[in-house]
Design a protein around this ligand. Structure first.
Ligand code: ADP
Ligand code: MG
Length: 255
């Protein structure tokens, strides 16, 4: 059961002389639902962006499904794995962004079918069928022909989730998926994410400030500060009896 699907091994990420990830190490097991919490600027988004290969690293190794995303080579340190390998790795991961990042000039349906057709080579009919199922799952079957600007923020984010799922990733990453939403729209998005969390095969890594939700759905919580994990544990333990003063301070600010 404890089969690691994501491993960060002493990962270093710097911007100039600013160290954003400081020898960061952690593992996520297959099927695990893990929440990352921590103050702004602590490196949470950077971790997700590295996994999506939107950012490189400056030291250490990141493994997905046991295979390295970056190889250490020669005196210049790290190089990305070859393009074919990266393509294969990217196929395992999907990401849901804070700002939805939908294609504004495409209908909801097209937002969901575009990548499966272009990247996976599905026929339009296959992609359409998959999209219909996903729109049903996120409760938006009626809105397939609309454009993003015709939807509420909560609806747009549910499209964002359907779009990520259309690629059938084994790992789904969420970067503060409800932070850009009006408070009354947060619940509908958390409901969808909560339902996904019941799927045992799907590995979920979720950055959020919704502590109550994190507590409900996570198997494990990682508390980040300054590019390191200060403390980790089950949500019951970490939220009710944090062992570190820094964690206690942070949790006070989120009440
Ligand atoms: P979080 O998501 O926890 O708020 P981030 O991972 O976005 O934090 O950022 C961590 C740190 O890295 C911040 O101090 C941020 O300013 C810095 N940072 C992120 N992206 C860049 C970039 N492209 N150039 C320079 N600094 C960056
Ligand atoms: Mg962030």
């Amino acid at each position: 059961m404890n089969e690691p699907i994501i491993t960060f091994d002493k990962v270093v990420k710097t911007y100039g002389d600013h160290t954003v990830l400081d020898q960061l190490s952690f593992q996520i097991n297959k099927g695990e639902k893990v929440t990352i919490i921590g103050p702004s600027g602590s490196g949470k988004s950077t971790v997700l962006r590295i996994l999506m290969t939107l950012e490189g690293i400056d030291g250490g190794v990141v493994y997905v499904g046991g295979e390295p995303l970056w190889h250490e080579r020669g005196p210049n340190g790290l190089e990305p794995a070859g393009e074919a390998h990266l393509h294969h790795m990217r196929g395992q991961l999907g990401m849901v962004f804070q700002q939805f990042n939908l294609f504004p000039h495409m209908t909801v349906l097209r937002n969901i079918t575009e990548a499966p057709v272009k990247v996976l080579g599905l026929s339009k009919a296959e992609a359409r069928e998959r999209a219909d199922e996903l729109l049903e799952l996120v409760g938006l079957s009626e809105h397939a022909r609309k454009y993003p600007h015709q939807l509420s923020g909560g609806q747009q984010q549910r499209v964002g989730i359907a779009r990520a799922l259309a690629m059938r990733p084994s790992i789904l990453l969420f970067d503060e998926p409800t932070s850009a939403l009006d408070p009354e729209l947060v619940g509908e998005v958390l409901n969808v994410i909560g339902r996904l969390a019941e799927e045992h095969d799907l590995t979920m890594l979720l950055v959020t400030h919704e502590m109550r939700f994190a507590r409900e759905i996570s198997d494990r919580v990682l508390f980040f500060d300054r590019g390191r994990i200060v403390e980790e544990g089950s949500p019951e333990r970490l939220f009710t009896a944090p062992s570190q003063e820094r964690t206690r301070e942070f949790l006070k600010t989120t009440l």
